[in-house]
Design a protein around this ligand. Structure first.
Ligand code: PBG
Length: 326
């Protein structure tokens, strides 16, 4: 080897855009993106979410339009979050056959057919007046096992209204098994379960709580969501959900937990889903608005990194925009 010249030149394959495209290991595709959407009961016009520029609480009609646009852009799925007009301690609107999510599910199933996969978030926090993900005991603790019965009932209401996939996000022990049993018992053996298996007690959910109007009125979610300090228990949660019948598993948030996405990807043989949450969206939008980062490049880099870490499917509030760009 001549001392004058480097023997290896990795730069050769980076020389032109065509070369870089040819050797790229990771690619994004519209079909792997899922758009989270909010639908609110009793509003006449869509309401902008201040901390998430470009995101709205939809009316039934504006949701139909947004869903149509997403499907047309090739987005792989939508996940619905409902905000009821009335909340109570049991979250009764969650499994009301005429509750807002059930009405929206019927709209979207008839509009879209099989053009995109219609999924639901399955939890109580948007529906309870106290903002917690479950029923409370008289002393204000979450009653895990009583909550499972509520989740089972919500799963049936959502499946009956047309959800192809339900996504339990409350982090109650045994929630996937309770939902699977209820669905199978009622003839919905074809309804899939996306486990929010790995869900951290994260500050990155801040803007979502404005969008879904579900901030807990007291306390927080750290008795059921995972401690950001821990990684090993993520695999335990994933394997429990798979044993209980989950068809896909999710890691949430995504960007600050890419190590977990990779560990889960290496450990399972089902689709791995990552949720780029509201705070991840808000941080990029806010910094871009100040002119401190290049918005479009940062969005693409954030999504590429989630995919590179091992996510097969990514939930992102930019799904429609990015699908159009791809
Ligand atoms: C619970 C739920 C939350 C999010 C999705 N499902 C909030 C929470 O657990 O506090 C957060 C999503 C986001 O921040 O984008 N129903």
């Amino acid at each position: 080897m001549s001392a004058q010249f480097p023997a290896a030149r990795p730069r050769r394959l980076r020389r032109t855009p065509a070369l870089r495209r040819l050797v790229a290991e990771t690619r994004l595709a519209p079909a792997d993106l899922v758009l989270p959407v909010f639908v609110k009961e009793g509003i006449a016009e869509p309401q902008p979410v201040a901390s998430m520029p470009g995101v709205f609480q939809h009316t039934r009609d504006s949701l139909r339009k947004a869903a149509h646009e997403a499907a047309e852009a090739g987005v792989g799925g939508l996940i619905l979050f409902g905000i009821p007009a009335e909340k109570d301690a049991a979250g009764s609107a969650a499994d009301d056959p005429d509750g807002i999510v059930q009405l929206a599910l019927r709209d979207l199933s008839s509009d879209l057919g099989d053009a995109t996969v219609i999924m639901t978030d399955l939890c109580l926090d948007e529906y309870t007046d106290h903002g917690h993900c479950g029923l409370l005991t008289p002393s204000g603790e979450i009653d895990n096992d009583a909550t499972l019965e509520r989740y089972a009932s919500i799963a049936l209401a959502q499946a009956e209204a047309g959800a192809a996939v339900v996504g339990p996000s409350g982090m109650m022990d045994g929630q996937v098994a309770a939902i699977r049993e209820a669905l199978d018992g009622a003839g919905y053996s074809g309804t899939a379960i996306l486990g929010y298996s790995v869900k951290y007690a994260s500050a990155y959910y801040g803007p979502f709580r404005e969008a879904a109007e579900c901030a807990p009125q007291f306390g927080d979610r750290s008795t059921h969501q995972q401690d950001p300090a821990n990684a090993d228990e993520s695999l335990r949660e994933v394997f429990l959900d798979l044993d209980e019948g989950a068809d896909m598993v999710m890691v949430k948030p995504a960007g600050a937990y890419l190590d977990i996405v990779r560990r889960v990807r290496d450990a399972v043989d089902v689709p791995v889903v990552a949720y780029q949450v509201s705070g991840e969206y808000a941080m990029i939008e806010a910094a871009a608005e100040k002119g401190w980062i290049d918005r479009d490049r940062t969005i693409m880099e954030s999504l590429l990194s989630i995919r590179r870490a091992g996510a097969d499917i990514t939930l992102t509030y930019w799904a429609t925009e990015v699908a159009r760009r791809l």
